[in-house]
Structure formats: structure tokens, C-alpha cells
Design a protein around this ligand. Structure first.
Ligand code: SF4
Ligand code: SF4
Length: 376
């Protein structure tokens, strides 16, 4: 049962106050400015919604990492998706928030307005029906997500194979979280004292995959649920570890996250996909951080079946968007000169302003750019 469900409002408030006081005491004991990073878009939104940043002492800073799969999807991927969408023989199926993500010159939303056949689905499995109903078209699902959604995309491929469907394809930009954490830690500009580790991803991967944080980097991490009290408790655990000079991966979401994760889901993903180097928007290529279909399933990979000539893809343009630095926690959104001016949720210049879980969108919605926090 969740903490919020077990405690009255008054008890929750009291516990939150005690945790904040304890975090302050432990931060004093640590004797330096502390930076903790959340790497999950839902955590970003929960932290803002509950006003957790403002509750914390000045010496404890929260920064947001690359936690939203939409935000880290690169321009090139969007350009490819748009190029496929513009073909007469293709239908794109995708989650709704992908429509507004800017490519180099336009977005899927603009392509749809211009007549491209792009359909919003709520699960990759919905694409099976679209493929059945349109046997003369290539139905391409835009597989964008982390470890959380990859099993369903893989299950869709397996279901298509079993049903003998030969017109369903994936355009994969799926990403894996642990390699991104490695890159962040290895980047000398990114100074992080501990990670609030993603709850949903960990349900699938388990906690063991994050053990390298303690064994290789001596950086604490706490797998965390999405309630404000769970987040505060994970911050308490992180601060305590730093104050005591230890670094462990702890689990503050033990009711749903097991050390081994969900082996069945992992097995489905591993059956269809293998890790490859992948480009993250604004960050660059990260080794073994993406998922590509194994040889046995290549007939479902649209890039294998119908590769696009390079000439069809536009060259990247310079927009001034600082998403790359925002996603690494190097700058806050309001340090981007476009924030709240040229770039707002209704007219996003960069992907961090598009998704509801995007860092810039959260700052805009909950902070209106007014945060003056910690040393920022
Ligand atoms: S998929 Fe889940 S874990 Fe990943 S960013 Fe979204 S909410 Fe967080
Ligand atoms: S405010 Fe807009 S342009 Fe600036 S970093 Fe965020 S998404 Fe990019």
C-alpha cells in the first residue's frame, strides 16, 4: 500500500516536514552542495507538482536528466518518420505526443495536416488491426520509449509474425537507461551526487542493472515511486548515503520493483531486439543504448525493408535550442534564451517543451520560469 493511502493528510505533512528537516541535517553533515538527478519524466512532473524543489534546503539541488523518451528522440529519427509518412504506400501509427516533436524542417503533425496517413494509437498492439485493415499499405509503428515499453513493441512483432502479417513494421528509437547514466557520470560537465532512479523502468529491469553505480562509480542511486513522500524518502536516503560516505543502490519502491525485475518482459524484448549504439537528441551517440531488431526479425524493421535514400533526409538546422544541456542538467530551462518566449508548449522549438514529461514543459507549467533555486 502507498504511504499516502496509509497516512492521514496531517500525518503526511508531518512526515514530509521531518524528512525535509532530516535531509537538511544530513546535507549539513555532508558539508557541501549536493546535486541529485531524476532520470524519469514522471518524477520530474511529480517533483514540480508537489513543490519539492522549494521545500529542500538551498544546499540540496535537484536537476532533471534525460528521462522522457520523446525528448531524447533525435531530429534524424523524426525526419525519417516524416519521410515515411509522406509516402503514398505507408501508414504511420504513433503515440499522440510524437506529432508535435520537431524534426529538422517540420513535424509529423504538419505532415498529417498536409494529408499524410498518420494514426494515433494507445498501444503498439493497435497497429496490428491497422495492418489487417490495410493490406496494401506498409503500416509503420514509431517505437519510441525506454525499457518500459519495449516489451509491448516486441510482443507486437511476435504477434504479427504469428498472425502471418507481412505489412507491419517498426521504426525503432527505443532507448536503454543504464548506458545513459554511464555517459552522464563520465561527462566532466555533469556533476551529480546521486540518482533518483526510474520507477517504471525498474519494474521491468529490476535494481541489479543499476549496481554499476555503486561498484564502478561509487555513486548512490535510489529506485523510487512517484508519490511526493516516496521521492522525499529517496532524497533522504541519497543524502544520508553521501553524508555517511557510502554509495549503494537502494529500493524505495520495493512494493513493485524486484531486484530481478520482470524476467518475462525482459525475455520478450531480448528475443526480438539487441542493444546497439543509439543517438540521443542533444547528447549524441551512446554505445549499447538503443534497441535494434535481431536478424530473425529484420523483415519487421522498416529501415531494412525500405531504406530511405539519404537525399530524402534534410540536414540538421540550428535553432538555438539547448535541450542537450538541459537533458544533462548542465543548464536549467530558463537559462535557454528561447524559454517562454519563442519556445512555449503550444509552439515548441525543442522536444523538451513538447512532451508533458519534458523538463522545459514542466518548468513552464509549474514554474513559469520564475524559479530561482539553489545556485541557479
Ligand atoms: S516510461 Fe516510466 S520510467 Fe520511463 S520516463 Fe516515462 S514514466 Fe519514467
Ligand atoms: S526552452 Fe525550448 S528551445 Fe530551449 S531548451 Fe527547452 S525545448 Fe529547447
Amino acid at each position: 500500500m502507498s504511504l499516502a493511502a496509509e497516512l492521514s493528510r496531517e500525518e503526511q505533512r508531518k512526515l514530509a516536514g521531518e524528512l525535509v528537516a532530516e535531509i537538511g541535517r544530513l546535507a549539513d553533515k555532508a558539508g557541501r552542495h549536493l546535486r541529485f538527478m531524476e532520470v524519469c519524466g514522471t518524477h520530474t512532473v511529480s517533483i514540480f507538482r508537489a513543490g519539492i524543489r522549494q521545500l529542500l534546503p538551498e544546499s540540496v539541488e535537484l536537476v532533471s536528466g534525460p528521462g522522457c523518451p520523446v525528448c531524447v528522440t533525435p531530429d534524424e529519427y523524426m525526419d525519417k518518420a516524416i519521410a515515411y509518412a509522406c509516402r503514398e504506400d505507408c501508414i504511420i501509427t504513433t503515440f499522440g505526443d510524437m506529432l508535435k516533436v520537431p524534426g529538422t524542417e517540420s513535424s509529423l503533425g504538419e505532415a498529417k495536416t498536409a494529408g499524410a496517413d498518420i494514426r494515433i494509437v494507445y498501444s503498439p498492439l493497435d497497429s496490428l488491426q491497422v495492418a489487417r485493415e490495410n493490406p496494401d499499405k506498409k503500416v509503420i509503428f514509431l517505437a519510441v520509449g525506454f525499457e518500459t515499453t519495449a516489451p509491448t513493441a516486441a510482443a507486437t512483432v511476435l504477434a504479427a509474425k504469428q498472425a502471418g502479417l507481412t505489412n507491419l513494421y517498426m521504426l525503432s528509437a527505443q532507448k536503454l537507461v543504464p548506458p545513459a547514466l554511464r555517459l552522464l557520470i563520465d561527462d566532466p560537465e555533469v556533476l551529480v551526487d546521486g540518482f533518483i532512479l526510474p520507477g517504471h523502468v525498474s519494474v521491468v529491469t529490476g535494481t541489479e542493472v543499476f549496481k554499476f553505480l555503486e561498484s564502478e562509480y561509487h555513486i548512490p542511486g535510489v529506485v523510487t515511486g512517484f508519490e511526493p513522500l516516496q521521492i522525499l524518502r529517496s532524497l533522504y536516503r541519497l543524502t544520508r548515503q553521501v553524508a555517511e560516505g557510502v554509495a549503494k543502490v537502494e529500493n524505495e519502491y520495493g512494493s513493485v520493483v524486484k531486484p530481478e525485475g520482470n524476467p518475462t518482459s525482459m525475455a520478450v524484448t531480448n528475443k526480438v531486439y539487441e542493444p546497439v549504439a543509439a543517438k540521443w537528441r542533444g547528447i549524441g551517440e551512446i554505445p549499447a543504448s538503443g534497441l535494434k531488431m535481431r536478424d530473425a526479425y529484420k523483415s519487421f524493421d522498416i529501415e531494412e525493408v525500405l531504406p530511405l535514400p539519404v537525399a530524402e533526409l534534410p540536414q540538421p538546422r540550428k535553432t538555438g535550442c539547448r535541450c542537450g544541456e538541459v537533458l544533462k542538467g548542465i543548464v536549467t530551462p530558463h537559462e535557454c534564451p528561447l524559454f517562454g518566449k519563442a519556445c512555449v508548449p503550444t509552439h515548441a522549438i525543442g522536444p523538451c517543451m513538447v512532451s508533458v514529461e519534458g523538463v522545459c514543459a514542466a518548468w513552464y507549467k509549474y514554474g513559469k520560469g520564475l524559479f530561482t533555486y539553489g545556485n541557479k
